[in-house]
Design a protein around this ligand. Structure first.
Ligand SMILES: [Zn+2]
Length: 290
C-alpha cells in the first residue's frame, strides 16, 4: 500500500548518524529549496529541482541547511531561502505548494518533502526557548534547536501532533463528511486531533461521535501518514458503526452522509487526493467490498 512505502523506503537516518559519518562518507550533498513554505520545482512538470552546494547562491550560510536523509548515492538537505534573490543564477523554476506537487513526487521525495515542510515550520515557531525565553539557534544540522542562554542550554526537539482519521462503515455504506471551506461536493473520512490523556481508540470514537453522532465499535488500525501541515502524524483506522442516524453535534462538518461503493465509483462526490491516507482508506474499502 502506497502509504506504507512512504514510511519505510527512504533511509531516514537521524542527524546524529550523519554527524558521526560525514567525514567518512563520500556521498554527494544534494539540496532542495523552499521559500515561504513552497518548494522549488520545474515550471511545467512541478518536479523537484536539486542543486549542489557550489550551485547555490554564495550568500547562503551552510549552517542553516537541514539534513533530511540519504539514499545509496546522496545525502539530502533542505535550504529555506529568505529571499528570491538567493536563488541560484539562471535556475528557472517556480515555487510550488506541496499539496499540489504530491502526484509528481517519487515515494522517497514524498517522505523527504514532508520532513522538510515539518522541520522548516518547527524552526519558524521555536525561535525562543520554551523554558527561559532566550533566543534559540539551529543545531545538529537542523534537527535540534538549542537555547543560547548558557545557564539554560535547553534543547528543543521536533514535536508531532497525533491526529486520527477513520473510515466508518455500516453494512454496505461508509460515512464521509465535508467541511464548509472545502471545494464544492468534496467529501472525506472523519478526522481530528488526539487530546491529552486520550488513547487513539478513544480519540477515534470521540471524534466520530462529536462530528456525526455515530457510535462505533471494532476500531482497527489501518496505516499512518505524515501530514506536515503543520506537524501532524495521521493515524488511520477502520471502524464499524453501531448506530446510523447522523447529527452534526459540534458543527465542525457542514454535511455528513452514508455512501455506497456504487455512489463513490459513479463520482457522486469528489474524493480526497490519490496519495492521501483518507483516499487509501476509501480505496481499500471499495476494493474489499467488490
Ligand atoms: Zn533557555
Amino acid at each position: 500500500m502506497e502509504n506504507k512505502k512512504i514510511i519505510h523506503k527512504f533511509t531516514n537516518n537521524n542527524s546524529n548518524y550523519y554527524t558521526s559519518h560525514k567525514n567518512s562518507t563520500n556521498k554527494e550533498h544534494s539540496y532542495i529549496l523552499t521559500f515561504e513554505g513552497r518548494f522549488f520545482t520545474d515550471n511545467n512538470s512541478l518536479k523537484l529541482l536539486y542543486f549542489s552546494w557550489q550551485q547555490l547562491n554564495k550568500q547562503l550560510k551552510k549552517e542553516a541547511k537541514i539534513f533530511l536523509g540519504e539514499n545509496d548515492e546522496k545525502l539530502f538537505f533542505i535550504y529555506d531561502i529568505k529571499s528570491k534573490e538567493h536563488l541560484p543564477a539562471e535556475s528557472g523554476g517556480t515555487f510550488s505548494d506541496l499539496r499540489f506537487m504530491a502526484a509528481n513526487l517519487t515515494i522517497d521525495e514524498a517522505h523527504m518533502t514532508a520532513k522538510a515542510a515539518a522541520l522548516i515550520n518547527w524552526h519558524k515557531i521555536n525561535n525562543f526557548c520554551i523554558k527561559c525565553g532566550s533566543e534559540t539557534r539551529q543545531n545538529n544540522d537542523g534537527n535540534i534547536r538549542q537555547c543560547n542562554n548558557k545557564i539554560c542550554s535547553y534543547q528543543i526537539f521536533p514535536r508531532l501532533d497525533p491526529a486520527i482519521i477513520v473510515l466508518v462503515t455500516f453494512q454496505d455504506k461508509c460515512l464521509l463528511g465535508r467541511q464548509k471551506k472545502w471545494p464544492d461536493n468534496q467529501f472525506s473520512t472523519i478526522a481530528g486531533f488526539v487530546e491529552p490523556a486520550e488513547s487513539l481508540e478513544n480519540a477515534v470514537a470521540r471524534e466520530v461521535f462529536e462530528e456525526t453522532n455515530i457510535m462505533i465499535s471494532k476500531i482497527k488500525y489501518h496505516s499512518s501518514q505524515p501530514w506536515p501541515f503543520p506537524s501532524s502524524l495521521m493515524l488511520g483506522f477502520n471502524a464499524t458503526a453501531t448506530t446510523k442516524e447522523i447529527k452534526l453535534n459540534d458543527n465542525e462538518l457542514e454535511q455528513a452522509a452514508w455512501f455506497s461503493k456504487e455512489d463513490l465509483l459513479s463520482g457522486v462526490c469528489k474524493l480526497p487526493p490519490p496519495l492521501s491516507i483518507s483516499r487509501a482508506l476509501i480505496n481499500d474499502w471499495i476494493n474489499k467490498a467488490k
